[in-house]
Design a protein around this ligand. Structure first.
Ligand code: 4NP
Length: 169
């Protein structure tokens, strides 16, 4: 990676209104805190909530920890994302499967050589929540939203430590 070209990370969940917007803002916070040249975005595997702001419960819980989600707007994962992003992070195993299905389509439309993205779990390197799904909080209570924040903080920090080494070399 040259110092001018940012490394690009895309956080992905189902609706892009609870988990992945939270992951986007938390991940960006840790990248900035570690002065890493990384851009972060988020998307949903579904198109349930196009252009919607993050769920108000996600916004409320995030704000209590100093994260502002209010400017984000939901969008669906698309084929071009596999060309533009270096790393696509799935919040859970169903997301991971859905991302892989779309990547196969991207491969057949664009050809393998055009694809840049590696796919991984949000919790891939997180010793505290190792390879655990970030549970969907949408139909649950406050504790689910706090859990999303706990996991996003822990897993983002783990990724930042991995990427710090990777981007140095
Ligand atoms: P997210 O949560 O995938 O973390 O954004 C959900 C949001 C909406 C729905 C499901 C999960 N829904 O079914 O509308």
């Amino acid at each position: 990676m040259s110092s001018q070209t940012p490394y690009k990370v895309l956080c992905v969940c189902l609706g892009n209104i609870c988990r992945s917007p939270t992951a986007e803002v938390v991940f960006r916070h840790y990248c900035d805190a570690h002065q890493l040249n990384i851009e972060v975005d988020s998307a949903g595997t579904s198109n349930y909530h196009p252009n919607k702001a993050p769920d108000l419960r996600s916004q409320k819980h995030a704000r209590k920890r100093g994260y502002d989600l209010s400017a984000l707007r939901a969008r669906q994962l698309k084929i071009q994302d596999f060309v533009e992003f270096d790393l696509i992070l799935a919040m859970d195993y169903e997301n991971l499967d859905d991302i892989q299905v779309l990547m196969q389509q991207a491969q057949s439309v664009l050809g393998q050589r055009m694809l840049r993205a590696k796919i991984a779990l949000m919790s891939q390197h997180d010793q505290k929540f190792l390879q655990q799904a970030v549970p969907d909080p949408y139909y649950g209570g406050d504790d689910g939203f706090e859990r999303v924040l706990d996991q996003c903080e822990s897993s983002s920090l783990a990724w930042v430590q991995v990427l710090q080494q990777q981007l140095k070399g």
